[in-house]
Design a binder for this molecule. Structure first.
Ligand code: AHM
Ligand code: MG
Length: 257
């Protein structure tokens, strides 16, 4: 990032330091065979006897550090290689007023860091309702496709309220904890393949939302049906409860005709 900007310098360092910390700890986990992160061009082999592949974003939303908003870390745990269908667990951590961790396996569980003990205490299981009340619409609005804009406008007309911080971890965490809603980072004229990366950001959250009783799609199909050609591939993505994602699928299918 811009070396003339002193805060920019700090962001680069935090991204890199976070990556090093996570790598150091994952290397000690004997069941992990390989890791790759948003900060690495290529994977790193860790333990040849391991069977899990971990793709992670060590510090998502690092541009929000400067303005003191919440950021997070995201981990996708894969078996047999990196694709949507190979995700076997996902974890994310939100660094906000409290440090919270969500772990998705068969169920989705919320943990909170206990600062006295240094241990994450179990808080509750998380489930999405059929329909929510909040909307986090990402991407540059000037570049939205007209049918996408119409869909978002219609949701606002139904009474949805805007909640968008610019950090997918706190934004998706809010929707999950409040029981539902829609987070969208669509294809746009300037970014036809979206912005968010499949391996480190999209597949892990798609797994979390599916296990919490919601849905996660690229506009046409489940994100967990997608594979990935390159480690840093991006995809348009929508995460939410059933009602909102059904609207997304109807809108995008309708726009194809
Ligand atoms: P990053 O990995 O470079 O931090 O980018 C990912 C972040 C997401 O957390 C967030 O949803 C998105 O970028 C916001 O993008 P925008 O600034 O275009 O709204
Ligand atoms: Mg990121």
């Amino acid at each position: 990032m811009d070396s003339q900007n002193s805060s920019g310098d700090i962001q680069v360092k935090l991204d890199v330091i976070s990556d090093e910390i996570v790598e150091k700890h994952l290397c000690k986990v004997s069941s992990v065979i390989e890791i790759i992160s948003e900060e690495k061009a290529e994977p790193v082999r860790v333990n040849e006897s391991g069977k899990y592949y971990v793709a992670y974003d060590p510090l998502d939303g690092s541009s929000l550090i400067d303005v003191n908003l919440s950021v997070g870390s995201i981990f996708g745990i894969y078996k047999g290689g990196y694709s949507g269908e190979n995700v076997v667990a996902a974890v994310y951590v939100v660094y906000g007023p409290r440090v919270e961790m969500v772990v998705a396996r068969d169920t989705v569980e919320l943990f909170r860091l206990n600062e006295k003990t240094g241990v994450f205490d179990f808080v509750k299981e998380l489930r999405l309702n059929e329909k929510g009340k909040i909307l986090a619409p990402g991407g540059t609005q000037k570049e939205w496709y007209p049918f996408h804009k119409e869909m978002i406008d219609n949701l606002f007309k139904e009474g949805y309220r805007l909640r968008y911080s610019g950090g997918m971890v706190p934004d998706l965490h809010q929707i999950l904890l409040k029981g539902g809603g829609l987070f969208a980072y669509p294809a746009t004229n300037d970014k036809p393949k979206g912005k968010l990366r499949k391996l480190f950001e999209v597949f892990p959250f798609a797994y979390v939302y599916n296990k919490a009783g919601g849905l996660a799609v690229d506009g046409f199909k489940s994100l967990l049906e997608l594979d990935s050609q390159n480690y840093h591939d991006t995809t348009p993505c929508f995460f939410g409860s059933n009602y909102e994602i059904t609207k997304v699928l109807q809108t995008y299918e309708g726009a194809k005709k």
